[in-house]
Design a protein around this ligand. Sequence first.
Ligand code: SAM
Length: 181
Amino acid sequence: LAHYPVVNKRGEIIASAVTNLDIHDMARAVRTYSAKALYIVTPLEDQQQLVKSLIGHWTTGYGADYNPKRCQALETVRIRNNLQQASIDIAQETGSDPQTVVTSARSHLNSISLARFQEILGTGFPCLLVFGTAWGLSPDCIAAADYILKPISGNTDYNHLSVRSAASIILDRLYGRSGEP
Ligand code: SAM
């Protein structure tokens, strides 16, 4: 989950604030599907401290005893300054540089379908699936990615999913066992 580089309402590049709910919900989704980790990406030291204390509460503090299931989810969270650090992490752990796949609510030329993304995942090479915050990932971030995923679309013209919802929908379409009894 990238908090930088993202854009604000005026298209200016900003570092957005971390939202507690994003971390909880996305960590639970990561734990529910076979994603390996949730990277919270922000260059802001105070925001990193905020995330560290949140994770600490639920993984080693009172929260870990109170709600072990939530502890299991938040244990997947890793804090990094930038997306490059997350990629380096993955390369060191897997031995392969990850393919970066970015997401957006807007359509982009040469975007790939989820089926194509599943094929890429099927190769066994690691992928870093990047979600944005605020008004979305910066154009340069999107341009630098290996792939961009086609936007999720409902059956109306309302297109304002939260990042938490978008992440859960995409993970379920990739890994979910819907339809099975
Ligand atoms: N207008 C922004 C955009 O185009 O991405 C919406 C930002 S939304 C609040 C924050 C993030 O949620 C996006 O950067 C993207 O990662 C994800 N997201 C939101 N709607 C999505 C959709 N329909 N399809 C795919 N991802 C979506």
